[in-house]
Design a protein around this ligand. Structure first.
Ligand code: SF4
Length: 373
């Protein structure tokens, strides 16, 4: 049964949380800037991604695209390349799209206001709340996975937070709890608490600055029972085959459509295997139908296993020899014949990247050796 905080509790809770944040916050590069663009980039990168991983990308991305104008001017390919390996590529496409709109319609100045930010194509409610509060001090609470966890425990919310009504009541509670005199710090403090103290497993309640107010800490033996986990879904698994089509030392790659999973990323052409279908047969048929290339399927190259957020794949990769045809694309949007050592200039998602790593390890040194010999 969810509880609420009394008016008298709000002020000391806010103060304790803000004091703790001032003393204990991690030293992170996006906390050293008040530049809205840099804050925006960090907030987009941090969604569904661990801080440790974002640290590998953040500075490099800002060096490559130091301003909103630079980002808006860039080719999507270059933005995806800078994002390569960070996952959830729709974020990069949305960032790029929104940058163009801000340059075109807002004179390259990020709007401060939450509602105006929400109207920009590519900026969702979380990002709008984070940017408007952290960069501009607007009184808008952010609600991400960390905040949901802290609030579920603090207020003993024993309902699935993915349900619409529970989500709405968590947002309301977050807004009520927000310290409107320091909304940016308060939002960051809530997220920091969730990331470092009120963690999914084994929350460190003895170190928690708001344990005096926490209903889960006081009433449950194990506060990590909350938030309520949604019922487990079976994660589907798909078998795919991918073709390394070779023609005189060049390999064929094509680019995915911009919308949808891995949109705009480059890949080796592939096919989903239906029940019992052999990879060789499927590749031969699909290459003809989908990219108009006749190929001879040769040796098995490698198998790649990869987990996406909602499904898993096993990719069976085969060498193929180009026989005939001019590339004509059905679903992809662009194509190239490239040398193995040029693959690094294109943005590939992780499963294909594993293929490239093996190719680079085996073929690029072999190419160098044959050149010097
Ligand atoms: S007391 Fe424990 S469960 Fe409650 S907010 Fe703090 S860390 Fe989370």
């Amino acid at each position: 049964m969810a509880s609420t905080l009394s008016e008298q509790q709000l002020s000391p809770l806010r103060q304790q949380l803000l004091n703790w944040f001032a003393e204990e916050k991690r030293d992170l590069p996006w906390r050293k800037t008040d530049e809205p663009y840099a804050i925006w980039v960090s907030e987009v990168m941090l969604q569904q991604t661990q801080t440790r991983k974002v640290l590998e990308y953040y500075d490099r991305f800002l060096q490559k695209f130091p301003s909103i104008r630079a980002l808006a001017r860039a080719e999507l390919d270059d933005v995806l390349k800078a994002w390569e390996g960070l996952g959830y590529y729709a974020r990069a496409r949305n960032l790029h799209r929104a940058a163009k709109e801000i340059v075109a319609s807002h004179g390259a100045k990020i709007p401060a206001d939450y509602d105006t930010l929400c109207q920009i194509n590519g900026i969702g409610p979380y990002t709008a709340a984070a940017v408007s509060s952290i960069a501009f001090g607007q009184p808008k609470a952010v609600v991400d996975g960390n905040v949901i966890r802290v609030l579920s425990r603090l207020l003993l919310i024993d309902k699935n937070p993915k349900e619409k009504s529970t989500k709405a009541s968590i947002s309301e509670s977050a807004q009520r709890l927000l310290d409107t005199t320091a909304p940016g710090d308060f939002n960051e403090a809530m997220m920091e608490l969730g990331a470092t103290i009120c963690t999914p497993r084994k929350p460190k309640c003895l170190l928690c600055p708001i344990s005096d107010f926490c209903q889960a800490y006081q009433k449950l033996e194990d506060p990590s029972r909350l938030p309520v986990k949604p019922p487990k879904r079976n994660v589907p698994h798909f078998n795919l085959a991918a073709a390394l089509i070779w023609d005189e030392g060049f390999v064929f790659i094509n680019r995915r459509q911009e919308n949808g999973l891995l949109g705009g990323m480059w890949e080796f052409p592939g096919v989903k295997l239906e029940n019992g279908q052999s990879p060789q047969e499927a590749i031969k048929q699909e290459m003809l139908e989908d990219i108009n290339l006749e190929v001879e399927v040769g040796d098995f190259f490698m198998e790649v296993k990869h987990a996406y957020s909602h499904f898993k794949i096993t990719l069976h990769v085969y060498h193929c020899l180009f026989k005939d045809g001019e590339p004509r694309l059905t679903t992809a949007t662009d194509w190239r014949w490239v040398k193995p050592n040029e693959l690094k200039y294109y943005a590939f998602a992780t499963a294909n990247k594993k293929v490239i790593n093996k190719l680079e390890a085996e073929y690029v040194p072999a190419l160098r050796a044959s050149r010097s010999g």
